[in-house]
Ligand binder design. Structure first.
Ligand SMILES: N[C@@H](CCC(=O)N[C@@H](CS)C(=O)NCC(=O)O)C(=O)O
Length: 199
């Protein structure tokens, strides 16, 4: 049986990590094609439909680009989209506000105007922390009290990537609500199981 293939860089976090986790949490079969930066330059960049990663190849040979669209697909397959209209909006709100935090990361990757980027990142993370606090479940730590959603995975993947690659640029203690989401997702049994077995 053909299964979808998710193409993205190897390494912690990044723009495809939330989709990987959604597929794993939902028990959805997929091929996780991970490549190094060297393999990207030598082989995969030319294959990527838009010259960027990630992209998802579907069973019928078509593809989906843009990490948030791929996450929508994975989250639908994994039943990780809240059904309640308000909770669904709250999940999307969290994703959008975290997505804005990717902006300053470019300078950190390029090692240009690093101090300015750190200030900008801190401002954006504080806003994300404040917004996520408004409906966060006291008991579970998830973004809403209806349980784990794709938005929790999105926040987790962002925090994992940035705190691993740029520990000086993001001190998780400064963002208690993002920390709570991060810890709740990390402890979620299917997520913990995934990281134990990930090669
Ligand atoms: N808006 C796109 C951004 C994709 C993107 O910027 N991908 C980066 C990695 S995170 C990339 O492919 N970089 C390699 C390159 O530009 O050659 C998405 O969310 O999927």
């Amino acid at each position: 049986m053909a299964i979808p293939t998710l193409n993205y860089f190897d390494g912690p976090g990044g723009r495809a990590e939330a989709s990987r986790l959604a597929f794993h949490v939902g028990g959805v079969e997929f091929e996780d094609r991970r490549f190094t930066h060297e393999q990207w330059g030598a082989e995969y960049k030319a294959k990527a439909p838009t010259g960027l990663a990630p992209w998802l190849e579907l069973e019928d040979g078509s593809y989906i680009v843009e990490s948030k669209a791929i996450l929508m697909y994975a989250a639908n397959k994994a039943a990780l989209i809240p059904k309640d209209p308000v909770e669904a909006a709250v999940a999307e709100q969290a994703c959008s506000i975290m997505d804005a935090c990717f902006g300053p990361l470019k300078s950190l990757y390029m090692n240009t105007e690093v101090e300015k980027a750190k200030v900008e990142l801190a401002e954006k993370l504080s806003v994300a922390d404040k917004v996520i606090a408004t409906r966060q479940s006291e008991s579970t730590g998830f973004i809403s009290n209806t349980g784990l959603s794709y938005a929790d995975l999105f926040v987790f993947a962002f925090v994992l990537g940035v705190t691993t690659r740029f520990p000086d640029a993001m001190k998780i203690e400064n963002y208690p609500h993002l920390k709570k989401v991060y810890e709740a997702v990390k402890a979620y049994p299917k997520v913990a199981e995934y990281y134990k077995s990930r090669s």
